[in-house]
Design a protein around this ligand. Structure first.
Ligand SMILES: C[S@@+](CC[C@H](N)C(=O)[O-])C[C@H]1O[C@@H](n2cnc3c(N)ncnc32)[C@H](O)[C@@H]1O
Length: 323
């Protein structure tokens, strides 16, 4: 196995990248790529790097002569190997190349990564170039797994992979595209808290990297005003302090300050920490280690209560049955 931890840039693929820390021009996959990088208007991304607004791809399916390999988007679940599904472990054991954000690659059991022909891992924020790298490797004839935490369909790369593949003139069937599900953070975190998600639930991401904050605020108002349990992803980062404060303010506009809120940091990781607090006390936790990029927050409904240190959201059985 060889491990490449090159930061994302990828003038080799010519895609608009989310971070630009390296001037690598060598494609890892053997595609003949154009010399020119993207010519789109450069903008500052939230990852602190320049990216472009243009949806350009570096290579197209025409640039590859090989019979394509497979592309599998694999969800790793919360973190520890026991949290990975058997299907995810088998899928990763079958691919030749594994592509992912360095932190996620580190979560994969060694016996799987050691068997891979090549590992391509990059630091955070390079999701576009990393996904294109995975696609190019598959188009060049390799069986490739692209990995992420939780599930590939939850704020993750399954959709991006299909979008980029389409923009390259490819098809999903050409690379036998498959999604292998994983346990999403909301469910892993709910398990640590008791039973907070048993009724209707909505997920909201506070990351304004791809969705403008006014849109996030309007979505929050809409769901907080209804009776959903709310799973808040990407709740906090140094650059996103105000988003978290605004979110707490909006929730308090619609819900009682005593509403139970479960906060889970690093579910299934070594630094896992869990707390159940009242909504009125949530904002002050934003400045503690409990709430960061690896935290998910579950906001209860008007019916959610805390019993014996567990959050309980009734499903409604009590209205039909005596117990
Ligand atoms: C880009 S999203 C990826 C979500 C992932 N695809 C899933 O299905 O859980 C990253 C966010 O997921 C949540 N998250 C991921 N891993 C977590 C963990 N182990 N414990 C708590 N939250 C986690 C955090 O809210 C984090 O900011």
């Amino acid at each position: 196995m060889s491990t490449d931890t090159t930061p994302d840039t990828d003038t080799s693929t010519g895609t608009s990248t989310d971070t630009d820390t390296d001037a690598s021009t060598e494609s890892k996959c053997g595609a003949s790529t154009p010399d020119t990088a993207d010519a789109g208007a450069s903008t500052e991304s939230k990852c602190g790097a320049s990216s472009t607004d243009e949806k350009e791809v570096g290579s197209t399916v025409e640039d590859f002569d090989a019979e394509p390999g497979r592309l599998v988007a694999v969800g790793l679940g919360p973190g520890q190997p026991e949290g990975m599904t058997q299907r995810a472990q088998t899928a990763l054991g079958e691919v030749e190349h594994i592509v992912g954000y360095t932190t996620y690659i580190d979560l994969i059991p060694d016996e799987i990564t050691e068997d891979a022909d090549d590992i391509y891992s990059t630091p955070m924020c390079g999701e576009v170039s990393r996904t294109e790298e995975a696609i190019d490797r598959a188009l060049a004839g390799n069986d490739v797994g692209i990995v992420g935490s939780g599930d590939p369909n939850v704020y993750a790369l399954a959709g991006l992979a299909l979008e980029i593949l389409e923009s390259k003139g490819g098809t999903a069937s050409m690379v036998d595209f498959e999604v292998v599900p994983g346990v999403p953070a909301a469910q892993s975190c709910a398990a640590r808290l008791g039973a907070p998600l048993v009724n209707d639930t909505v997920s909201i991401s506070l990351s304004d990297h791809l969705t403008p904050m006014p849109e996030i605020e309007s979505r929050l108002h809409a769901v907080a005003g209804e009776g959903f349990t709310i799973a808040i992803y990407n709740p906090w980062s140094r650059k996103r302090r105000e988003n978290f404060q605004k979110c707490c303010e909006i929730l308090l506009n619609h819900r009682d300050p005593e509403t139970p809120v479960g906060v889970v940091h690093g579910a299934g990781r070594e630094d896992e920490a869990t707390e159940i607090v009242e909504l009125g006390d949530l904002e002050e936790l934003g400045e503690t280690d409990l709430i960061d990029m690896t935290t998910t927050i579950l906001v209860g409904t008007g019916d959610t209560y805390v019993w014996d240190d567990r959050m309980v959201t009734p499903r409604g059985y009590e209205s039909k049955y005596d117990y």
